[in-house]
Structures are given as structure tokens and as C-alpha cells.
Design a protein around this ligand. Structure first.
Ligand SMILES: *Cc1c(COP(=O)(O)O)cnc(C)c1O
Length: 379
């Protein structure tokens, strides 16, 4: 590829070109054996995934959203339950409690690392306790843009209030907190293999990771219609939420390269830091927390952000705004929040954030071109 080629926000073609013989062979093996549902590649990938994260169980499923849904179902979350979730996140985090009849209680985020603010969590839990209408059940923490949330501080609030902690690690698989990898940071962790996520399939997919064997058994049952020991013995209400064999085969190939890709993403992030830290707010680094760099997200003054994005587009640099609207102001969820002004940090961030191209195949000249365009766009 030439350095003059258009810059991709996420370059799945470059990745396929790098692993093509392995991926083609893996897909053809599935086409040949024909076990398209729960074929041997699913269990093999689940074992490799659990091993990568350092947990006992990984249960593959049909998407990151279904991973979160299955986690909540296995916990028995339902009507009358409060699930604390960040206001600044992807829709699925808020959607899943609502699908189960539970109530999402939004929590504001930290302005620097974009993740749930543990001090605000403590305030929101206290408010729910004081109101007495809902039963606080758990915290669904998102690791936004790939950076693990502050699980130690969240766990402290949670355990003081008898709450479970669940991780929405759709963006952070491959990250770590000290020696513990994402997947091992909460009682249960849901992740996504949407193609553009750090570990992406060629279609939808997801997984739940946990150390708890009974919980893993419940997840395996839920993803297959709530089956018991025998196939047509239905012991709970479940879903059809399995991971396709072909996706598992592709993911197995990509997982073997994943540690190198995470290192490459870190290299891209460092290069951006060095080139941009004097002109924009680059992502903060937290002691001991390693991001999977799903996104490299800068902050700009709210009155300049959209013009900068337009100038970058003109210069051939694709960008994205994750996210333009916080959860409590989405029309579908407004009833569960206190409206404008109730989540000041999340509301401000929606006007300030801009994500730059981020993938492991960005070349040094491309990074220099992007950084140069950013410097001119904000000058
Ligand atoms: C992508 C994403 C999801 C949902 O994953 P899907 O596989 O698209 O269903 C959930 N939460 C967050 C934070 C995400 O970024």
C-alpha cells in the first residue's frame, strides 16, 4: 500500500491482506466440515480467548449487545432493579437493562478518561437508596475507547452497597489493569467482535468472560434457548444467541495476532501523543491502566470541533464523533434521566470529542499526515 492511498478510519482490508492465507484456510475448513452452528472452532476459540484474558471461561455469543444481555439475564436482573451505567457510552449499555424491564440509572463520567466517575456513582447509588423505589442490583461499567474503567474504586462503592460489578468491555478487550487483563476485572465481562472493534469478526459476534463455572453454565444455556442437560429440556427463558462457527474460525486466526496488534495500536497512540499533545487534549494515561485503543479520541473546544472535523475531511482524514448525545438525552431513554444539565461532564464531552483514525496498520508517514492535518485544522 502506498502512503498516498486514502487513509482509512479502521483498515480491515489491510488486516485481511496481512492474514489472508490463514483466514481463507480457516473459513474453508468450516465450509468443508459443514458444522456451521457450534462447530469445533467455537470451543477452540472460546478456550483461546479465556486463556488470553486469564479467566476460566469464555462463552461466545452473537454480539456484544447479546453478551451484555446474557450477563444480565444470568444474574436475574429484571423489573424493579436499578442498573448503574455511564451516561457517556454506546447505546447498548443503556438498552440492555431496559430490555429486561430493569431501570438504567445514569452516572456521569470523568472528563479526562471518559469512564464512569466513581464519586458520582456513590452519589447516584445513595439517591436510589434514599428514594426507595428501585432495588440497586449492579454496575455496568464501560471501558470507553479501550481504557479500563477504575474498577478498584467502582468495586469499593459496589461492595459497600451490595452491588455486582459487570464490565462492558466491547471496546477494551486486549487492555489491562496492572497484571490483570480485561475479562478478569469484573465478575462478568461482555465483549464485542463487531468488525471495527479491536478484535473483530467478519460479522457480528461477542463473548462473556467469567471465572464462575455456574455462571458460565447459565450463559451457555441462555444462548441456546435456555436448554438444560438435554437439548429439548428447557430450564429457563433464553435466546438464540450463539457465535457462528465461521466467525469463531476467523476470530481464532485474528486472536493469534492480537497481542502484536495491541502493541501496534499503542505505537500509533504514542506517535499521535508526541505529534499532538501541544495543540489538542490528547487521551490521558492512567498509572497501570493499559488501553486497547479502540479509539484515539482528542478533545477540542466545543465551538471548534465540528469545523476541525470538516477541515480534516477536506484533507482526506476521516474522523468520528463518539458520541454526539449522552444516554440520558436520547429520546428513547429520556424518561430515565433528569434531562439537560443532570450529567454535565457527559454533556460537555459530546461537544468536544473527536476520534482519529486508529488501527494497527497505520504507517509512520500516514500518522505524520494525519497529525499534520490536525495541527492545521486547529491552528
Ligand atoms: C460496540 C459496543 C457494544 C455492542 O456491541 P455489538 O457487538 O455491536 O452488539 C456495547 N457497548 C459498547 C461500549 C460498544 O462500543
Amino acid at each position: 500500500m502506498s502512503d498516498r492511498d486514502p487513509i482509512q478510519f479502521v483498515d480491515l482490508k489491510a488486516q485481511y491482506a496481512a492474514y489472508r492465507p490463514e483466514i481463507d484456510a480457516a473459513v474453508h475448513a468450516v465450509l468443508d466440515h459443514g458444522k456451521f452452528i457450534m462447530g469445533p472452532e467455537v470451543a477452540a476459540f472460546e478456550a483461546a480467548l479465556a486463556d488470553f484474558a486469564g479467566v476460566a471461561h469464555a462463552v461466545g455469543c452473537s454480539s456484544g449487545t447479546d453478551a451484555l444481555l446474557m450477563m444480565m439475564m444470568a444474574e436475574g436482573v429484571g423489573p424493579g432493579d436499578a442498573v448503574f451505567a455511564p451516561a457517556f457510552t454506546f447505546t447498548a449499555t443503556a438498552e440492555v437493562p431496559l430490555l429486561l424491564g430493569a431501570t438504567p440509572v445514569f452516572v456521569d463520567v470523568d472528563p479526562d478518561d471518559f469512564n464512569m466517575d466513581p464519586a458520582d456513582l456513590a452519589r447516584r447509588v445513595e439517591a436510589v437508596n434514599a428514594a426507595g423505589a428501585l432495588t440497586p442490583r449492579g454496575v455496568l461499567a464501560t471501558d470507553l475507547f479501550g481504557l479500563p474503567a477504575d474498577y478498584a474504586a467502582i468495586e469499593e462503592v459496589a461492595s459497600a452497597n451490595g452491588l455486582a460489578v459487570w464490565a462492558d468491555a466491547a471496546q477494551s478487550f486486549g487492555g489491562a489493569l496492572g497484571a490483570r487483563k480485561v475479562g478478569a476485572l469484573a465478575r462478568a465481562t461482555g465483549t464485542s467482535f463487531f468488525p471495527a472493534k479491536p478484535l473483530g469478526a467478519y460479522g457480528d459476534g461477542g463473548a462473556v468472560l467469567t471465572d464462575d463455572s455456574n455462571f458460565a453454565d447459565a450463559l451457555r444455556s441462555i444462548r441456546a434457548h435456555g436448554k438444560g442437560a438435554a437439548k429439548y429440556d428447557i430450564v429457563r427463558v433464553g435466546l438464540n444467541a450463539r457465535l457462528d462457527t465461521i466467525q469463531a474460525a476467523i476470530l481464532g486466526v485474528k486472536l493469534a495476532h492480537f497481542a502484536d496488534e495491541i502493541a501496534a495500536r499503542e505505537r500509533v497512540a504514542k506517535a499521535y501523543d508526541a505529534a499532538l499533545a501541544d495543540v489538542v487534549r490528547t487521551p490521558v494515561r492512567r498509572q497501570g491502566r493499559r488501553s486497547a485503543w479502540a479509539q484515539y479520541t482528542i478533545k477540542l473546544p466545543a465551538d471548534r470541533r465540528d469545523a476541525a472535523a470538516a477541515a480534516l475531511k477536506q484533507a482526506g482524514v476521516p474522523t468520528a464523533v463518539y458520541y454526539p448525545t449522552p444516554m440520558h438525552l436520547q429520546s428513547a431513554y429520556r424518561a430515565h434521566g433528569d434531562g439537560e444539565g443532570s450529567m454535565p461532564v457527559s454533556e460537555a464531552l459530546c461537544g468536544e470529542v473527536l476520534s482519529l483514525p486508529m488501527h494497527p496498520f497505520l504507517t509512520e508517514p500516514q500518522i505524520a499526515r494525519i497529525a499534520d492535518a490536525v495541527r492545521r485544522a486547529v491552528a
